[in-house]
Write a protein that binds this ligand. Sequence first.
Ligand code: GAR
Length: 212
Amino acid sequence: MQRIVVLISGRGSNLEAIVRQCQAEDWPARVVAVISHKADAAGLSWAQGQGIGTAVVDHRAQTSREAFDEALAAAIDAHQPDWVVLAGFMRILGDAFVHRYAGRLLNIHPSLLPSFPGLHTHRRALEAGCAVAGATVHFVTPTLDHGPVIAQAVVPVRTSDTPESLADRVLVAEHQLYPLALRWAVQGRLRVDGQRVTQLDGAPQHLFCEEP
Ligand code: GAR
């Protein structure tokens, strides 16, 4: 049984989607711990309610970014994970941390990468006049929001959209996308060649999320 550690900063709705699908589809894996840098992250309480272990590594208690990364890695390694999953984790991680978990560190980003890395993705997509927006699950590399793409979900932009309404609809797509991509990972159904990720069964690595 593979072991997944999930890192969160807040709400944890992607965490919930992952845990529910992991159980519903009987993956050869389970979420063994949820770790946050914020003690008040709502997802921690939810995880505790599910009987999942939690930990807090407060970035403000650390003297440097490197010290935080090391403390975080120690908390993660205590659970001996096969996979480390960033689910709304809003801290930038240093190169040493990323290399430590290379090939088993996943992230979800609320844009169609390589467009709009960083913050305020939905506002920037609207300002750019994009007809579609979406989310990307990718392997994490030292360059922020730039690693090999496992799967993407596409959501149409409506003329009435605000950053908030677009974020809400992209989030619904994220809840489909992240469990799908992570299931492929734990099933060993992904091959990485440089920036290209292949789903070995030939399953589509995109979701088109259309509204009625
Ligand atoms: C999600 O929209 C996720 O894509 C985003 O934070 C939100 C977390 O929601 N992540 C990033 O912006 C990372 N750069 P959640 O806590 O409900 O899963």
